[in-house]
Design a protein around this ligand. Structure first.
Ligand SMILES: NC(=O)c1ccc[n+]([C@@H]2O[C@H](COP(=O)([O-])OP(=O)(O)OC[C@H]3O[C@@H](n4cnc5c(N)ncnc54)[C@H](OP(=O)(O)O)[C@@H]3O)[C@@H](O)[C@H]2O)c1
Length: 255
């Protein structure tokens, strides 16, 4: 898929992987609309990249999603819906069998899963009516095997991964040409992973991997170590589980 000339809506595009994607997409010649909850972050992104259209909108809020759809329609619509925004409730706030655990899980599901479905429902007819369109859903290697310290985030991404596969197959059955892409990043150096000391790739390399995958028409784009992890998980699932849940994390679980 060639991104030049396409209009791309990136949720959560004011920082992290989303902002880097906006930067690289603009450089290719795409038009980019970003969303986020924090107006100051959106203003800073717009200042750094004046060609961006920045709209304050919370993926977890139904009224915001509808307003976003109407604004985007007035602006001329989109060719690609890139569902990038997600939340991860810090593991330290998620003691098992506590009210906080359930609250965190509900919040993660609302943004990472329900919110994505809501946007897809709103934008699907628009995408069906145009040529060469796509939906990109961002999951994680944690959607393939569970992380014990990020169990609820991990589960929200698994829900999204299953939904993404189902949507792709459903659209094939009804003869729709909208491409459904699952993006599986490895560990990337962003605010979301700031507390993790493990090996990370840069958002720049992450987005280069995404663009390469799109240019090769891949339906599932695994970037960096996500490729190796997939093989390990397939043939040595116990090893994959141990990679995601090293002994050092067990201390956190005992707290
Ligand atoms: N970093 C990694 O290692 C990694 C690995 C695997 C998968 N991923 C996935 O990759 C995507 C991007 O991650 P990231 O590392 O770039 O995260 P990040 O640094 O935390 O950035 C997330 C962005 O999403 C926005 N956002 C959060 N909640 C939102 C909401 N309800 N509505 C609209 N915008 C919202 C945030 O801005 P505001 O706070 O201003 O709204 C922020 O700009 C996520 O789906 C994440 O799960 C990341």
């Amino acid at each position: 898929m060639n991104l030049k000339g396409k209009t791309i809506l990136i949720t959560g595009g004011a920082s992290g992987i989303g902002l880097e994607a906006a930067r690289q997409f603009l450089a290719i010649g795409a038009k980019v609309i970003i969303t986020g909850r924090n107006q100051a972050k959106l203003d800073a992104a717009k200042k750094a990249h004046p060609a961006l259209v920045a709209i304050r909108s919370d993926v977890g809020n139904e009224a915001d999603a509808k307003a976003l759809f109407n604004t985007v329609k007035e602006l001329g619509g989109i060719d690609i819906l890139y569902n990038n925004a997600a939340v991860l409730v810090a593991p330290s706030n998620l003691g098992i069998a506590s009210d906080k655990h359930a609250e965190g899980a509900a919040y993660e599901m609302e943004v990472n899963y329900i919110g994505v479905i809501r946007l897809i429902n709103l934008f699907l007819d628009m995408l069906k009516s145009r040529n060469e369109t796509a939906i990109i859903n961002t999951t994680s290697i944690l959607s393939q095997a569970p992380s014990l310290i990020e169990a609820t985030y991990s589960s929200s991404k698994t829900a999204l991964a299953f939904y993404t596969t189902s949507l792709r197959e459903h659209l094939k059955i009804i003869g729709s040409k909208v491409k459904i892409v699952e993006l599986i990043p490895p560990l990337v150096a962003t605010e979301m992973t700031a507390e993790r000391k493990d090996k990370k790739i840069s958002p720049e390399d992450m987005v280069k991997g995404l663009i390469k995958g799109l240019s090769k028409e891949q339906h599932v784009i695994r970037v960096g170590d996500a490729k190796l992890f997939n093989l390990v998980n397939r043939f040595l699932p116990k090893t994959a589980f141990k990679i995601l849940n090293p002994q050092k994390d067990h201390q956190l679980l005992k707290k």
